[in-house]
Design a protein around this ligand. Structure first.
Ligand SMILES: *Cc1c(COP(=O)(O)O)cnc(C)c1O
Length: 387
């Protein structure tokens, strides 16, 4: 069972005899590596992607993690970055040039939006944001210079899905490269490559690490695509992870299966409770049977993970704040995917930044962590009574 999930999480890539037969792989906290001869060095320089020369390129601890991520995403290879945003930006930059056009799902992760809307136009790369709930909108937005499709299914605020297989097929017809931000699903609940997507990115800060103590990102795809990103953007922009962070990510992976199922189980209970509550106008979570894209979710995702948004039936921002301030187990914080439940009120981030102005002030994103779900529901109940 060499590609079973438990083999990947517990053993894959860990040549224990190379690390004193220690059960846990060593943290090779070294920036550079030495060779007995010039010939030995010369041989490694030719294989900088997979052999230790300099840690910005390859590091043995990071190398173990790369093998696990690739296997989890059904990819040939993977790269690890110092953040999810670095993984996404490096991938997009690697496949576009001045004069190209990108089609991206609307309401993507905020810094993906900034990359497309603010950074790339400075270098002559244009974009169109489309409503991805209709895959044909990707086809309609294609121009002669379209080279890249960006997907995020579902996105992490309004949880809209894109039909991965259909969008991938449209892209293939036109020789367009596809990238899906798969952070929401973790590699366990959806594998975009199986649906024909070329590149998969994760903010490993979220479920992959799972303990709210590391910021990191991963990118998975074919050997050829990973080599291209590695030789250009990965090495040039230099957003490599520290070996210690890679080791922490590996430690997080040991419990990935337990964590994401616990989070999803509890999310189902919480979403069902909230959907029936009079003070909740709407629950954005594709796992609910009456979600407009529930059928698509069942088709392309194995399960629906533990992040959702709600719209409160609140008269004003003060009522939203009363709800949020009275929640005790849901910490007020950005990010998600750790052990702790979180709340992220849209009204806290609206305004000067100019982001999220298209979202209702009554919206609160909830991340369902590993606590007892009955405790979370009781907490929501008492806070909703104050709306
Ligand atoms: C957090 C997040 C990112 C960015 O990842 P960082 O690790 O914070 O750079 C990208 N996409 C999604 C969906 C995210 O939640």
């Amino acid at each position: 069972m060499n590609n079973s999930l438990s083999h990947i999480l517990n053993h894959l890539g860990e040549d224990r005899e190379q690390g004193y037969d220690a059960v846990v792989p060593p943290i090779v906290q070294s920036g550079n590596f030495t060779y007995p001869t010039v010939a030995a060095m010369r041989a490694v320089v030719q294989q900088e992607m997979d052999k230790p020369l300099y840690t910005r390129g390859f590091n043995p601890t990071v190398g173990i993690l790369r093998k696990k991520i690739a296997a989890l995403e059904h990819a040939e290879d993977a790269l690890v970055f110092s953040s999810g945003s670095a993984a996404i930006a490096s991938a997009v930059l690697s496949f576009v040039k001045a004069g190209d056009h990108i089609v991206c799902v609307h309401k993507p992760y905020s810094w993906t939006k900034k990359l497309l809307a603010e950074l790339l136009p400075r270098f002559g790369v244009e974009h169109t944001f489309v409503d991805g709930t209709d895959a044909e909108n990707y086809r309609r937005a294609i121009k002669p210079n379209t080279t890249f499709f960006m997907l995020e299914s579902p996105n992490s605020l309004t949880f809209e899905l894109q039909d991965l297989a259909t969008v991938a097929a449209i892209a293939k017809e036109h020789g367009i490269i596809t990238l899906c931000d798969n952070s929401f699903n973790s590699p366990l609940f959806q594998n975009p490559i199986d649906h024909g997507i070329d590149l998969v990115a994760h903010s490993a800060t979220k479920y992959i690490n799972g303990h709210s103590d590391v910021v990191a990102g991963v990118l998975a795809g074919s050997h050829a695509h990973m080599r291209q990103v590695m030789q250009k953007e990965f090495m040039t922009l230099g957003a490599c992870p520290s070996p210690h962070d890679a080791w922490l990510l590996m430690r997080g992976l040991r419990t990935l299966e337990l964590r994401v199922h616990r989070s999803a189980d509890s999310a189902e209970k919480v979403a069902t409770y909230l959907a029936a509550h009079a003070k909740v106008k709407r629950v954005y979570w594709p796992g609910l049977p009456d979600h407009p894209q529930h059928a698509l979710a069942k088709k392309q995702m194995k399960r629906v993970a533990g992040l959702m948004s709600i719209e409160l039936d609140a008269p004003d921002e003060a009522a939203v704040e009363r709800f949020c301030d009275n929640l005790k187990t849901f910490l007020i914080a950005v990010s998600w995917g750790g052990y702790e439940s979180l709340q992220w009120p849209v009204c806290a981030l609206k305004g000067p930044s100019g982001y999220y102005t298209d979202l209702p002030f009554t919206m609160v994103r909830l991340y369902i962590g590993l606590e007892d779900p009955e405790l979370l529901i009781a907490d929501l109940k008492q806070a909703l009574a104050r709306v």
